[in-house]
Design a protein around this ligand. Structure first.
Ligand SMILES: [Zn+2]
Length: 304
């Protein structure tokens, strides 16, 4: 019977070191969630110091987890032992992995939870030169739900400064079903969101070539044409100039930048932010159209 071993814990608790010391020379595959996260960020083109939106980060972590799970399953199917380095704070995430693994192969599943003493932890943090303080780390560690046999583990060990102790708490079978439900819901929501995101991405890409309505906010001219045509006619319009959905000039080649809402907001106000209640009806119409781009440019506006 092959084995799946999880080594979990907060940052700088010595997971990698523990794995290296214990398993490096064995015929065992070592998978590290951090590598998967790195690959997910790379695939989306994020560098180390880039600002990443909350959802983009969530998406990368989701992809990393799914890819890691898929690699675990591939290995256990081939009868291969696997060690997995994970943070895995929440019981529901562990349950979702264990359920899939048990469905795939007859394996034994163990988990080692890293709980170093403050002294060792602090020295690990120092060695890594990381920005986290001990206080940060302890706060984060409070989020760790200690693994329970009911999650599906055959053995649960606590590791304190290298000393390994079996710790099988009293089973809590009541946590399992709600956790499965929660994960199922979460995955469905993620899939729905991803579908919407990809549709929007496709729409944005199509705006480069498809014709759409161009509205001059100054003289009121409107024309259904491609971005290329508009560019050749001297229009200031996304996607060639500025960005869809963000305040910028929307005008034909005959009109002046200084007559746009963009100009007004940027020169007449202390802070260049649009405040709806200060706009005239005409300006509000322009602003609503911009806010709702590119969808607002696909069909001809109905005259109110
Ligand atoms: Zn014009």
């Amino acid at each position: 019977m092959s084995k799946v071993i999880f080594v979990i814990g907060a940052n700088a608790t010595g997971k990698s070191y523990f794995i290296k010391e214990r398993y490096n020379k064995q015929n065992i595959i070592i998978l590290d969630v951090f590598d998967y996260q790195q690959r997910a960020y790379d695939a989306e083109g994020y560098g180390e110091n880039d600002a990443i939106s909350f959802y983009a980060r969530y998406r990368c972590l989701m992809f990393a987890n799914l890819q890691l799970l898929s690699d675990i399953l591939k290995n256990v199917k081939n009868g291969q032992d696997v060690v997995v380095e994970q943070t895995f704070y929440k019981a529901k995430r562990r349950i979702s992995f264990i359920d899939e693994i048990r469905k795939t192969a007859d394996v034994s599943i163990e988990v080692y939870v890293m709980f170093p003493s403050d002294k060792v932890w602090e020295s690990n943090l120092k060695k890594r030169n990381c920005a986290y303080t001990m206080e940060n780390m302890k706060k984060e560690a409070e989020n760790i739900e200690f693994p329970n046999p009911s999650e599906g583990f055959d053995a649960i060990y606590e590791v304190i400064d290298g000393a390994i102790k079996l710790r099988m708490n009293k089973p809590t079978p009541e946590i399992v079903e709600p956790a499965r439900e929660e994960i199922k819901k979460e995955r469905q929501e993620f899939a729905d969101k991803e579908e919407k995101r990809l549709q929007r991405k496709e729409l944005m890409a199509s705006m480069e070539t498809r014709p759409f309505w161009h509205y001059c906010e100054v003289c009121g001219k409107k024309k259904y044409m491609t971005a290329q045509q508009a560019y050749e006619e001297g229009w200031d319009y996304p996607p060639r100039m500025e960005k869809f959905g963000l305040l910028g000039p929307r005008k034909c080649g005959d009109c002046r930048l200084t007559d746009t809402l963009f100009w007004k907001i940027n020169t007449e106000q202390k802070i260049p932010v649009v405040i709806d209640k200060t706009l005239s009806n005409r300006e509000l119409q322009i602003w609503n159209r911009i806010k709702n781009e590119p969808e607002s440019l696909l069909n001809k506006e109905k005259i109110k």
